[in-house]
Design a protein around this ligand. Structure first.
Ligand code: ZN
Length: 178
């Protein structure tokens, strides 16, 4: 979206391991409509210092995950946990906005984005959108203990993924409803 380039940090390439892990945990998400950014836009810093997920204000079909520069560490489990958390929001957005373009919404996006900004991390664990995202992140981190999900060379360790899902099949989320 060239128009918005100045306000959004450049897109970051997601390492194959994280991409494949997220695709396995969220098989119904349209990943072709999601981009990752290894920095928070300065105008979002008052909402979060960790990460935030927002639909593109012009299209609402494209969703951006922003992770703070200092938290973007592909070798850390905390980073994977953050991505699992933010991807839960992607599922929430895609369910809510599924098939809806900007046209029919018109006035709604402003209100919607206002609510979305409240989804920044920190101090919002009781928020009804945040609670399940935190729970899923925590479940992932607990279930992944001792597993090296990302193998040598940055690829997903399929055996570790299988063990993760054996420990906790509920980590695979096709819908946020149940
Ligand atoms: Zn969140």
């Amino acid at each position: 979206m060239p128009l918005l380039d100045p306000v959004f940090p450049t897109e970051a390439a997601l390492p194959a391991c994280a991409r494949d892990l997220l695709a396995a945990l969220y098989p119904t998400v349209r990943w072709d409509r999601v981009s990752f950014h290894a920095a928070l836009p300065p105008w979002l810093l008052r909402f979060t210092d960790i990460a935030i997920t927002l639909p593109d204000p012009l299209t609402l079909r494209h969703i951006r995950i922003f992770v703070a520069k200092e938290k973007w560490d592909p070798r850390s489990m905390a980073w994977l946990g953050t991505l699992v958390h933010e991807s839960f929001h992607v599922l929430q957005y895609q369910e809510t906005l599924g098939g809806i373009g900007l046209g029919p919404l018109r006035i709604f996006p402003v209100k919607y984005l206002g609510a979305a900004l409240l989804m920044g991390e920190g101090g919002a664990k009781k928020n009804r959108y945040e609670k399940p995202a935190y729970e899923h992140e925590e479940l992932f981190l607990k279930s992944a203990k001792g597993l090296s999900i990302c193998g040598e060379g940055g690829g997903l360790d399929r055996a570790a993924l299988a063990e993760l899902l054996r420990r906790n099949p509920g980590l695979v989320k096709r819908t946020t409803r149940g």
